[in-house]
Design a protein around this ligand. Structure first.
Ligand SMILES: NC(=O)C1=CN([C@@H]2O[C@H](COP(=O)(O)OP(=O)(O)OC[C@H]3O[C@@H](n4cnc5c(N)ncnc54)[C@H](O)[C@@H]3O)[C@@H](O)[C@H]2O)C=CC1
Ligand SMILES: O=C(O)CCC(=O)C(=O)O
Length: 401
C-alpha cells in the first residue's frame, strides 16, 4: 500500500526504501519470577517506524501470537494513522509474546516492569511514547509509568498514555477508540445513506474497542445483532441485550463462554447486518469470506482486519470500507491529548476532549473521503496518501532524501 500510494504521489523509490521497514527494531528477553518460584523468559519487541515528524507513538500488545512482523506492521500503520490525524508523532508499536489470561496479577506486574527495564533506553516522553493495545490496560500502563519514573528518578507521566486518571491519564481516553469509531460510523452512514437508528450492527471483539462501541451505538439507536470474543460469537437478528453482556464481560473482553448458543467468529462475520465492525485482531476478512460479507459498510476498529485482496473484493462489490488507519484513530488522538496535558501539567474536562476529538475525526474523515472521490480510489489507498503527506514532507525538510 505504501509503495502504491508513494508512486501515485510522485515520490521516488528512495521514499519507499526508507518507509517499508521501521527505522529501529528492538527484541528483548524478559526473565520473570513466577509465583511458584520458577523463572520464565518472555520475548518482547518495540518497533519505531519513523521519527521524522516527531517522537514515535503506539500501543503495547500482550498476546500469544505477537510476532516480529506483526509488531513492525503495527508500527507502520501507526505512522499512517498519526499522519491522517495530523499529530506530531511517527509510528511505534510494542508487544510481548505471552498469554496474560494465564498469568497472576503479580506475574503480570513483574512482566510489565521487566519489559520497561528492557526497552527504557529507546523510549521516553520525547522519544517514543507507548499506550495500551490488545490485552493491556490502564493498570499495566500504571505499573509501566512507575517503573520508568523509578529508572529516570523523576515522575514521568508523559512516558506512556492510557494511564489511570489519578496518574495523569486523560478524561475520555479509555473509551476514545470506540468514541472515534462511533463518529466515523455516523459520518460513513451519512455518505452511504444509512439511518443509524435501527441499523443492524455486528461487532467482532468485545474488549476495549468493541465493548464501548456496542454501548455507544446502542445508545445512538442502532441494533447490535452480533458480538464476539476470542472464544466465539453471539448473533440474534432481533438484537442482543448489550447492557447484560457489558455487565458480564471479564477484563479480557470475554463473555461468550457464558452461553451455549454460540457460533464461530467466522460465521458471525458473514451474517446479515448493515454495518460490520471488526474490532479484534488482524486478517479476519480475507478473499475466502469477502464475497460473503452482507454489510453495506465495514468500519475497521481493529488494526489490519482486512487483507488487501479482500479490500479489492469489498470495493468491487460497492461496500464502503472505512480503513483501520482512519477508523481506529480515536485512541491515539486522545493519547496525544493526554501527552499534551502531561507536558502542560494542566488537565481538560471530558467535554473539551470530546470536542477536540470530534474536530480531528471530522476533518480526517472528509479529507480521506474527498481524496477517494476525487481520485476515484478506495478509502484505504486514499487514507495512505493523506497519511503519508506530512511524513514525506518532514523527510524532505530534514534533508534525509
Ligand atoms: N485499545 C486501543 O486504544 C486501540 C485498539 N485498537 C485495535 O483494536 C483491536 C482490539 O483492541 P482492544 O479492544 O484494545 O483489545 P482488548 O484486549 O481490550 O480486546 C480484544 C478483544 O478481541 C478478542 N480476541 C482476541 N483474540 C481473538 C481472536 N483470535 N479472535 C476473535 N477475537 C479475539 C478478545 O476476546 C477481546 O474481546 C486491536 O486490533 C487493536 O490493535 C486500535 C486503536 C486503539
Ligand atoms: O494510543 C496510542 O498511542 C496508540 C493506540 C494504538 O496502539 C493504535 O492506535 O493502534
Amino acid at each position: 500500500m505504501i509503495q502504491v500510494a508513494l508512486q501515485k504521489m510522485g515520490y521516488s523509490d528512495s521514499f519507499y526504501e526508507l518507509l517499508k521497514e521501521p527505522l529501529r527494531f528492538l527484541t528483548v528477553r524478559i526473565p520473570v519470577r513466577m509465583d511458584d518460584g520458577s523463572v520464565q523468559v518472555f520475548t518482547g519487541y518495540r518497533a519505531q517506524h519513523n521519527d521524522a515528524v516527531g517522537p514515535t507513538k503506539g500501543g503495547i500488545r500482550f498476546h500469544p501470537s505477537v510476532a516480529e512482523d506483526e509488531v513492525k506492521a503495527l508500527a507502520i500503520w501507526m505512522s499512517i494513522k498519526c499522519g491522517i490525524a495530523d499529530l506530531p508523532f511517527g509510528g511505534g508499536k510494542g508487544g510481548i509474546q505471552c498469554d496474560p489470561r494465564s498469568l497472576s496479577l503479580p506475574e503480570l506486574e513483574r512482566l510489565s516492569r521487566g519489559y520497561v527495564r528492557a526497552i527504557s533506553q529507546i523510549v521516553g516522553p520525547t522519544k517514543d511514547i507507548p499506550a495500551p493495545d490488545v490485552f493491556t490496560n490502564s493498570q499495566i500502563m500504571a505499573w509501566m509509568t512507575d517503573e520508568y519514573s523509578r529508572i529516570r528518578e523523576f515522575d514521568s507521566p508523559g512516558f506512556i498514555t492510557g494511564k489511570p486518571i489519578v496518574l495523569g491519564g486523560s478524561a475520555g481516553r479509555e473509551s476514545s477508540t470506540a468514541m472515534g469509531v462511533t463518529m466515523f460510523i455516523k459520518e460513513s452512514a451519512k455518505v452511504a445513506g444509512i439511518d443509524l437508528k435501527g441499523a443492524k450492527v455486528i461487532i467482532q471483539g468485545f474488549g476495549n474497542a468493541g465493548s464501548f462501541l456496542s454501548k455507544f451505538l446502542h445508545d445512538a439507536g442502532a441494533n447490535i445483532v452480533g458480538i464476539s470474543d476470542a472464544n466465539g460469537a453471539l448473533y440474534d437478528c432481533a438484537g442482543l441485550d448489550i447492557q447484560y453482556l457489558l455487565d458480564r464481560r471479564d477484563s479480557f473482553g470475554t463473555v461468550t463462554n457464558l452461553f451455549s448458543n454460540t457460533i464461530s467468529n467466522q460465521e458471525l462475520l458473514v451474517k446479515e447486518c448493515d454495518i460490520l465492525v471488526p474490532a479484534a485482531i488482524e486478517n479476519q476478512i480475507t478473499e475466502d469470506n469477502a464475497s460473503l460479507i452482507q454489510a453495506k459498510i465495514v468500519v475497521e476498529a481493529a488494526n489490519g482486519p482486512t487483507t488487501l485482496k479482500a479490500t479489492e473484493i469489498l470495493t468491487e462489490r460497492g461496500i464502503l470500507l472505512v480503513p483501520d488507519v482512519l477508523a481506529s484513530s480515536g485512541g491515539v488522538i486522545v493519547s496525544y491529548f493526554e501527552w499534551v496535558q502531561n507536558n502542560q501539567g494542566y488537565y481538560w474536562p471530558e467535554e473539551e476532549v470530546h470536542t477536540k476529538l470530534e474536530q480531528i475525526i471530522l476533518k480526517s474523515f472528509h479529507n480521506v473521503y474527498q481524496t477517494s472521490q476525487q481520485k476515484n480510489i478506495d478509502m484505504r489507498l486514499a487514507a495512505y496518501m493523506v497519511g503519508l503527506n506530512r511524513l514525506t514532507e518532514a523527510i524532505k525538510w530534514r534533508g534525509w532524501i
